[in-house]
Design a protein around this ligand. Structure first.
Ligand code: NAD
Length: 381
């Protein structure tokens, strides 16, 4: 299903050919990781009672929960959909019937805190509009649950810090929903970058955008979304530059264009920004809510290049290097990231995409907006 974070691919025919080749055996679907070495680190009885699968409660049953997350549980090894939290009473029976969710595991936003007394729920997964992330992450931590939170982590660094603090205080793990780092083509590009397969990286071009529809939706209201295209999808390009370089930017400079000031009165429509990295890489990035087609990154190195186009969708990721295609399986990225989170809990090890990681991106987003506001480069080092 197309939508935010998963726009239609530019080249539908070649995508179909690519998927056809996959179904012919060039890379079968694979999900999840290896057997867990150490279950004893995870002491909560509930997980063990349920065949070592963690019980997740989805908070917010909108598009992502309905079309991606709920169906993804069947592709996980270590997670199960155990509960829901919704502000729409009509959804309760619908979801209970479809996913066999017991009445006692259904909450609304008002009685959500009672989840503290429910041993069947191990993880609260926050899938609400961005302005609600901090409140529900903090309430989930205070209820003694581990928390997984969709991107962007929150609407400000201040909120992110409060979320991290609440989770630390409660002894809860906090993970952020950056699925691309669990996707094999992206992982291959990270490997090529780390191993300097094409020599020292010099430059990255990265961009992600799509045409946003309904002008009345929360994504176009700054108090609810925190920003526009940048916080919603530009964040993927920002992340890609960081995971390819494995460095933090030392300077950011940005420009904005608005062709529809009425629709984008509150939030950014189209942005370009550059980031310089300490190792010498310069990244130039773009994002938009005004047209479909940008969904890519290319890293240029001394002896060649590599990249993905499309790079960030739910499937159909395609990779290419100066020496030939990147052939990797298409997987269920949501299942993979949830399994990774579950394994970090079972093995009591640090979360791969932690709250600190989400906080960093929100900080760089603030610097991009600041650069536009004052018309200057923002030094970060
Ligand atoms: P959505 O608009 O489809 O769903 C939002 C849900 O929140 C709805 O069920 C709605 O009823 C509920 N809600 C509660 N209070 C609300 C309010 N005041 N205003 C509007 N809705 C309210 O959104 P979505 O696309 O499911 O996105 C939810 C979150 O997931 C966002 O943070 C988004 O950035 C993130 N997301 C991530 C990905 C990804 O690939 N990781 C993809 C899409 C969305």
């Amino acid at each position: 299903m197309h939508g935010p974070d998963n726009p239609p691919n530019r080249d539908g025919a070649s995508r179909r050919r690519f998927l056809q080749r996959l179904s012919q055996g060039i890379g079968a679907a694979t999900i999840g990781g290896t057997m867990l070495p150490n279950w004893t680190a995870y002491s909560k009885e509930s997980a063990q009672q349920h065949g070592k699968k963690l019980g997740f409660a989805l908070v917010g049953l909108g598009n992502l929960s309905t079309h991606q997350l709920a169906p993804a549980f069947k592709n996980t090894e270590h997670c199960r959909l155990a509960g829901i939290v919704t502000g729409t009473p009509e959804k309760e029976k619908l979801w209970a019937d479809k996913y066999g969710i017991p009445k006692g595991n259904i909450y609304n936003y008002a009685n959500f805190d009672e989840i503290a007394d429910n041993p069947d729920i191990d993880v609260v997964y926050v899938v609400l509009p961005n302005f609600m992330h901090s409140e529900f992450v903090i309430r989930a931590a205070q209820a003694g649950k581990h928390v997984f939170c969709e991107k962007p982590m929150a609407n400000s660094t201040r909120e992110c810090e409060a979320m991290i603090e609440a989770c630390e205080k409660a002894g809860s793990k906090l993970g952020i929903g950056y699925r691309c780092q669990f996707e094999p083509h992206n992982q291959e590009c990270i490997r090529l970058a780390r191993e300097k397969a094409f020599g020292e990286m010099k430059m990255i071009e990265a961009g992600f955008g799509f045409t946003i529809g309904n002008p009345n939706q929360w994504r176009l209201k700054k108090p609810l979304a925190g920003g526009g295209a940048l916080v919603d999808v530009g964040i993927y390009a920002l992340q890609a530059c960081r995971y390819l370089t494995n460095e933090e930017p030392i300077a950011i400079s940005a420009q904005e264009t608005k062709t529809n000031p009425a629709k984008f009165r509150d939030v950014d429509e189209s942005l370009c920004w550059t980031m310089t990295f300490p190792g010498g890489v310069i990244a130039y990035c773009s994002t938009t809510y005004n047209f479909n087609g940008i969904n890519r990154y290319t890293a240029y190195a001394e002896d060649g290049w590599f990249g993905l186009d499309p790079a960030y969708g739910y499937g159909g990721i395609k990779g290419q290097t100066s020496e030939g295609p990147i052939e990797k399986p298409q997987i269920d990225q949501f299942a993979n990231e949830m399994d990774e989170f579950a394994k970090s809990i079972f093995e009591d090890r640090p979360i791969k995409i932690s709250g600190e990681e989400g906080l960093r991106d929100v900080g760089y987003i603030e610097s991009i907006y600041k650069s536009i506001e004052i018309g200057k480069t923002i030094p970060l080092a």
